[in-house]
Design a protein around this ligand. Structure first.
Ligand code: SAM
Ligand code: SF4
Length: 336
């Protein structure tokens, strides 16, 4: 396969090498910071088929994408999702793709962990905001902690490396995060904490939940020795090493520290819409050029045109005066 490593350079000189694909906007949870309980999902007929998603991803890989993350919604609830994973794994075998991974809520992992590992997936992100079963049910509305724990066990048994993602929520899990950190590191998992972002209308007030990670870090530093390290996984997290546990803790701080300068990512939705920035409304439709011809020239041109419009960055604000979300679409549409 021919590589065109320089073909996806945005106007700010950033090489786009990381594609996140939201394979469905649906989910078996309703996390309060992510979704309203009563969500309207896309009609099935609007979704790209798995074959179309594969074709789109393949064009991105030919144009220089080296890392591909499946997300959602919950990627593992998309029907036949393992068919797509298996197809995409050919790019791992050929060496065109360095990493194929996914972000999951873990609910279906016990079913799919071994198959993911067999397809060449090496590490996955599992979102987990609390280790308390009642709180877990409260935050996810529909989730069952023991299913997720079974999933984590199965993934580790299959040899998958796990990074836990926890959204830091004031008054909900902030006091529990030291315990989660010890637990995660004790099981050989990294932990990353994320600030809540103002994406989509939800049923709760985000100002009540928002916890700047600078405060959390100061709090953790009363119990732990945190040393900044240059470790990178290709995503926006900045890592510290925790002396007491020997593990890594990541901070994703879209609100308190703008991570846009080094952004190497674009996001594709399950309808073939490409978002060049998580925090901006601008998007490019790739479904029309995908369906307009069997060859990929139109599609490739549309991708180039979209990358040429990638904005410099976003400015999220969460305060009492800004009641509307910065971006109207939910995280589950664009994919976290
Ligand atoms: N369903 C999968 C999961 O939960 O891992 C993948 C999609 S989910 C949208 C991806 C990540 O986004 C999760 O870690 C979730 O906690 C995070 N997330 C969702 N809404 C968010 C928000 N408003 N602010 C910050 N993170 C959010
Ligand atoms: Fe579903 Fe993930 Fe959103 Fe929770 S964060 S509602 S698991 S998409």
């Amino acid at each position: 396969m021919a590589f065109h490593d320089t073909s996806m350079i945005d106007p700010f000189g950033r090489a786009i090498s990381y594609l996140r694909v939201s394979v469905t906007d649906r989910c078996d949870f309703r996390c309060t910071y992510c979704m309203a309980e009563d969500m309207a999902f896309l009609p099935k007929r609007d979704l790209l088929s798995l074959e179309e998603l594969d074709r789109l991803c393949t064009v991105f890989i030919e144009k220089g994408v080296r890392k591909l993350r499946l997300t959602g919604g919950e990627p593992l609830v998309r029907k036949n999702i393992m068919h797509l994973v298996r197809e995409l794994s050919r790019h791992l075998k050929s060496g065109a793709l360095e990493e194929l991974t996914l972000t999951t809520n873990g609910s279906q992992l016990s079913r799919f962990a071994q198959e993911l590992a067999d397809c060449g997936v090496k590490r996955i992100n599992v979102s987990l905001d609390t280790l308390d079963a009642d709180k877990f049910h409260a935050i996810t509305r529909w989730g069952n902690l023991s299913k997720v724990m079974e999933g984590i066990d199965a993934a580790q048994a299959a040899g998958l490396k796990i990074k836990l993602n926890a959204v830091a929520l004031k008054g909900f899990n902030d006091a529990e995060l030291p315990e989660m950190l010890r637990w995660a590191h004790g099981r050989g998992m990294d932990l990353t904490v994320i600030e809540t972002m103002p994406l989509g209308e939800i049923d709760v007030d985000r100002t009540d939940q928002y916890l700047p990670l600078s405060l959390l870090r100061a709090d953790l530093e009363r119990q732990f020795t945190l040393t900044d390290i240059p470790y990178k996984t290709g995503g926006p997290a900045r890592y510290v090493e925790v002396a007491e546990t020997g593990g890594r803790l990541g901070f994703i701080t879209p609100m308190t520290h703008n991570f846009c300068e080094s952004c190497n990512r674009v996001r594709l939705t399950c309808t073939g819409t490409l978002y060049m920035c998580l925090g901006q409304e601008d998007a490019a439709d790739l479904r029309a050029p995908l369906r307009a011809s069997e060859g990929n020239e139109l599609l490739s041109g549309a991708i180039d045109e979209a990358i040429g419009r990638k904005p410099k960055g976003h400015d999220f604000i969460i305060d009492r005066r800004t009641k509307r979300p910065a971006v109207s679409r939910h995280m589950s549409v664009t994919g976290g």
